[in-house]
Design a protein around this ligand. Structure first.
Ligand code: PEP
Ligand code: MG
Length: 541
């Protein structure tokens, strides 16, 4: 038995076998072989197996997300049946007399590079697909090479150096008992995703990560940040009890469904939920949130191989609005860049991505993308109570430019006789010090503010939210951050607009009293934190 400590990132206790996801480059070695025929047969069998797996996934996806969104798996099947790719693998085995795993990985890299260099955008996007299908073939060749994320075959605790949001959105969530990562911090996006999914997570293990063992029974305590490897009987029993208590507590909170977040003194606050995908709405409804306070729309871009079309986005937004049945849904325009990258955006490597080409900076630079998203959003407004929110605002001029574009899109839709709601709200995130300091002027431009404490903390304190080695300095309760919040709330009140908080510290119950005292109107938290927060408000004087 061995106990290690990391950063507690998502509450709850999980007990299960650990699945260690190591980078393929570190796992695939070049080995000389003598039996060429045997390696060729192994490749053929793996390819056949991979096609079978993809067919199953395609049929499952077809039911879940429809024809258009499932097409990618058909494309993967076609690519797997491409002769050029397999000729390259076979030639490598025959000429270099090497193992099948090495030959597949080498061909994958060659073909992926070749696609990446093509001019045609569609072909360029195939670069990531070649890697994807090769990983699948490798997993079929050798179970130790399964990527572990999109191919989990049984329930497991997933451990990886870091989990990029693009990887976490792909995995089969019903199989993941918990996340454990070497990198990351409490407010990195993989931690946020774990909380949205309601599964325990411990991140930022750093050097202790090396102690984890593949396939070994492991305990993850996401409330304390503790991991126990190969526990003895007594420890196992103690954590089984703790897991039971946690589940019972969750059960008790269910009684608060249907009640309001009102203090004993009669002050009411709206408690909404944050989501990243239309399918998260089930969690929002399950936890009885008052609405959706933040829909991070970039996840639609991240699970797709290319820019989602207006139609695909419209369907996603409409679904969420309809399911929320008249309750307010705040959809934030794309916040790609920094740790949320998509290959097809082709952002060159940046020294300081968090302060680089991201969010509204991309939208205002690549207007065709922004207009597509605005059209999809405004069209969806006809199906519920929509509010649109813009991320990473740093100036009044940005907001004026955005409003001009919104007016233009509305005008075009009118001309095209396409329906939309006349009264949807427009708001901005206060997540840069510039926007907090300018909040008196910005408040005159919009209907609401929502404070993004994750980035506001990072930029105010100059502490990278992703960097585990300075995670103790990343403090959303720091007086400088609280002053930024208070200043924004005061300016919102003066201008007569409402203000909420949608960063992770909206769920920090040690701050709830402060938020209520200064006059915050809304808090938006991960769905699984809604009822706990409601309880905290109800217990306040
Ligand atoms: C924030 O910065 O607080 C926020 C809500 O946005 P994100 O976490 O998506 O950057
Ligand atoms: Mg942010």
């Amino acid at each position: 038995m061995n106990t290690i400590k990391g950063i507690a990132a998502s509450k709850g206790v999980a007990i299960g076998n650990l699945k260690l996801c190591v980078k393929l480059d570190d796992k695939i070695s070049k080995q000389s072989i003598t039996d060429v025929e045997k390696e060729l047969e192994r490749v053929d069998a793996a390819k056949e197996e991979a096609v079978k797996e993809l067919n199953k996934i395609y049929l499952k996806a077809l039911k879940r997300v429809g024809e258009e969104n499932s097409m990618i798996f058909q494309i993967h099947i076609m690519m797997l049946q491409d002769d050029d790719f397999f000729d390259a693998i076979q030639d490598c085995i025959k000429d270099e007399k090497v193992n099948a795993e090495y030959a597949v990985w080498k061909a994958a890299q060659q073909f992926s590079e070749m696609f990446a260099q093509m001019d045609d955008e569609y072909m360029k996007a195939r670069s990531a697909d070649v890697i994807d299908i090769s990983k699948r073939v490798l997993g079929c060749l050798n179970p130790a090479l399964e990527s572990g994320l999109d191919s989990l075959k049984s329930e497991a605790i997933v451990a990886a150096s870091d989990l990029m949001p693009s990887e976490t959105v792909q995995m089969d969530k019903s199989m993941v008992l918990a996340f454990v990562t070497e990198q990351g911090s409490k407010s990195s996006h993989s931690a946020i995703l774990a909380r949205t999914m309601g599964i325990p997570a411990v991140v930022g293990l750093r050097d202790s990560f090396a102690a984890l063992q593949n396939g070994v029974v492991t305990i993850v305590d996401g409330s304390e940040g503790t991991i126990v490897i190969d526990p003895d009987e007594a420890t196992l029993k103690a954590y089984e009890q703790k897991r039971e208590q946690f589940l019972q507590h969750q059960q008790k909170l269910q009684q608060l469904k249907g009640t309001k977040a009102v203090t004993k003194g009669g002050v009411e606050i709206e408690i909404n939920a944050n989501i990243g995908h239309p399918s998260d709405i089930e969690m929002v409804l399950d936890n009885d949130a008052d609405g959706v306070g933040l829909f991070r729309s970039e996840f639609l871009y991240m699970e797709s191989d290319d820019f989602p079309t207006e139609e695909q986005q419209f369907e996603a937004y409409k679904t969420v609005l309809e399911k929320m049945d008249g309750k307010r849904v705040i959809i934030r325009t794309l916040d790609l860049g920094a740790d949320k990258q998509v290959p097809y955006l082709n952002i060159p490597k940046e020294e300081n991505p968090a302060m680089g080409y991201r969010a509204i900076r991309i939208s205002l630079d690549r207007k065709e993308l922004f207009v597509t998203q605005l059209r999809a959003l405004i069209r969806a407004s006809a199906f519920g109570k929509l509010a649109i929110m813009f991320p990473m605002i740093t100036s009044v001029e940005q907001v004026q430019e955005i409003k001009g574009m919104v007016e233009q899109v509305k005008h075009e839709l009118e001309e095209e006789k396409i329906a939309f709601a006349p009264d949807f709200e427009l708001g901005i995130m206060i997540e840069t010090p510039a926007s907090a300091v300018l909040s008196d002027l910005l408040a005159k431009e919009v209907d609401f503010f929502s404070i993004g404490t994750n980035d506001l903390t990072q930029y105010t304190l100059a502490v990278d939210r992703m960097n585990p080695s300075i995670s103790e300095m990343y403090d959303p309760r720091h007086p400088a951050v609280l002053r930024m919040i208070q200043m924004s709330v005061e300016n919102a009140k003066k201008a007569g607009i409402w203000i909420g908080i949608c960063g992770e510290s909206a769920a920090d119950t040690a701050l709830t009293k402060f938020y209520l005292e200064i006059g915050v109107d809304e808090l938006s938290v991960t769905p699984s934190a809604v009822l706990e927060l409601r309880k905290t408000v109800q217990q306040l004087d």
